[in-house]
Ligand binder design. Structure first.
Ligand SMILES: Cc1cc2nc3c(=O)[nH]c(=O)nc-3n(C[C@H](O)[C@H](O)[C@H](O)COP(=O)(O)OP(=O)(O)OC[C@H]3O[C@@H](n4cnc5c(N)ncnc54)[C@H](O)[C@@H]3O)c2cc1C
Length: 428
């Protein structure tokens, strides 16, 4: 009893006011763990918190994605696909200094040594995140869809199957559950829909969710826990004195706090620049298309040759894909949406997305760092700003662990994971 009172008083003394810039999945998870540590949290977001990457994603919690985007051969593929309007990866050449620096750093990271170093780091944060999603669901009685069926990497060619099986071997060597499945085994796993694939790598270690459900429950929980939300409010400027942010200026007000968190997704570098911190980051646009028609699909799968993903979510099936690095915009490129739809029919011949479904396609910007690892931590440039951005294709998978790390940094607790690889000041 005395110990509990001591703990409570201690937490009250340590309590800080924290403003989080950005209410996507990273901002919300940071708020969750910060309020659990007793801090007074405010979230500011320029949107209405109902769209973007954290809502349109494929919902995978996938430690299997241990290979960062910056892997050997990716730059070459990007250059080859530059002139292909329906390619899954598109890097639009631009005479923009930030983009050129990012491209240089990305190219430098596309090597086997970097992949070998990053794979265990990606595994650790994704595995911890899965556990924390589990904990949140149980502790808070959340009802969001959270299934543990694994993920199929469906292949139509021997060459791709060989590549995916190598990936499965690497995953196994890192302690993740993965194996080969034959055409016949795919049929057993997914008996109610015809699949055109010669085989697959089956990552039993992966889980899946319906993102909108988690976001809705988390926002409701945070509001009820006393977190203040300022929506449709853009952070325009940061006032800095002697290496500390004293206040931030939005289009509506000035906000002061002890600590700040930069979780502004693909926009984070625009704000960090104001501190003289050149965070290399590009928006990587991805699309998703939903169908509410019954598809017979019960297993999440990636159509490997097309790099398109599908997820059976609550009440609908989602198809997602493409990585379009072409600046910050939300223009829907119909050719790329069509490419996702065509991939679906090539792998699942009975499924044809309707024009209306394709017209309702949504997009979101992944915050892509050059080395495929997020930025989590404090820069030397600012004592009271914790950066939590740059999670690229893995932001959903890494979100809960990122939130926990942010809270541990601000609460001056021992971090659950070693932070060096995520340092915002790291060199590429
Ligand atoms: C099609 C697609 C499929 C994906 N599938 C998966 C998947 O299956 N698994 C996985 O792990 N990841 C997946 N991802 C990646 C994942 O969705 C992202 O990494 C993640 O959502 C990033 O979250 P975030 O909070 O950093 O950014 P966001 O969700 O973009 O949130 C950033 C927020 O900051 C706000 N903001 C920006 N600037 C300002 C400002 N100046 N003032 C106030 N607010 C500001 C924005 O309005 C936004 O709400 C996918 C992404 C896409 C697009």
């Amino acid at each position: 009893m005395v110990f509990r009172w001591f703990n409570l008083i201690n937490r009250m003394e340590m309590s800080k006011s924290v403003v989080i810039i950005g209410g996507g999945i990273i901002g919300l998870c940071s708020a969750y763990y910060l309020q659990k540590e007793g801090h007074q949290v405010t979230i500011v977001d320029q949107s209405n918190l109902d769209g973007g990457a954290s809502y349109v994603n494929a919902g995978y919690l996938s430690p299997s994605h241990i290979i960062p985007l910056s892997a050997p051969g990716v730059m070459k593929k990007g250059l080859k696909w530059m002139f292909n309007a329906s390619s899954p990866l598109f890097i639009k050449p631009r005479l923009d200094l930030d983009f050129l620096k990012w491209t240089w750093a990305f190219n430098k990271s596309c090597n086997a040594n970097h992949v070998a170093k990053s794979a265990p780091v990606i595994r650790d944060i994704s595995v911890l995140s899965q556990k924390l999603y589990d904990d949140i669901k149980t502790t808070e009685n959340f009802t969001f869809q959270y299934e543990k069926k694994g993920l199929l990497m469906l292949c139509q060619t021997e060459k791709m199957l060989e590549e995916e099986l190598k990936m499965a071997d690497l995953a196994k060597s890192l302690g993740l559950e993965a194996k080969e499945v034959t055409k016949e085994e795919i049929k057993k796993l997914e008996p109610n829909v015809k699949i055109n694939a010669i085989g697959a790598a089956y990552f039993k270690c992966d889980h899946h969710t319906t993102p909108q459900e988690f976001m809705t429950e988390m926002k409701a929980y945070l509001k009820q826990a006393g977190i203040t939300f300022f929506t449709n409010e853009e952070v325009k400027d940061l006032e800095v004195q002697q290496g500390e942010i004293t206040s931030i200026k939005t289009n509506k007000q000035i906000l002061k706090a002890d600590e700040f968190v930069l979780a502004a997704g693909a926009w984070s570098n625009l704000l960090s620049k104001k501190l003289g911190l050149k965070l290399l980051l590009q928006g990587g646009k991805g699309y998703s298309v939903n169908t509410e028609k019954p598809t017979g699909i019960t297993m999440p799968a990636i159509m490997a040759e097309s790099k398109a993903a599908l997820t059976p979510m609550h009440g609908f099936t989602r198809f997602a894909g493409t990585m379009e690095i072409a600046g910050i915009n939300h223009t829907i490129n119909k050719v790329r949406v069509e490419a996702i739809a065509n991939a679906v029919t090539r792998f699942y011949p009975s499924i044809k997305l309707t024009q209306e479904e394709k017209d309702n396609a949504a997009c979101g910007l992944r915050p892509v760092s050059p080395d495929g690892l997020p930025y989590i931590g404090k820069s030397k440039k600012c004592n009271n700003l914790t950066i939590a951005a740059g999670h690229a294709m893995m932001g959903w998978s890494m979100a809960t662990a990122t939130g926990k790390l942010v809270s541990e940094i601000i609460s001056e607790l021992k971090p659950s994971l070693e932070l060096t690889s995520y340092h915002p000041d790291r060199k590429f």
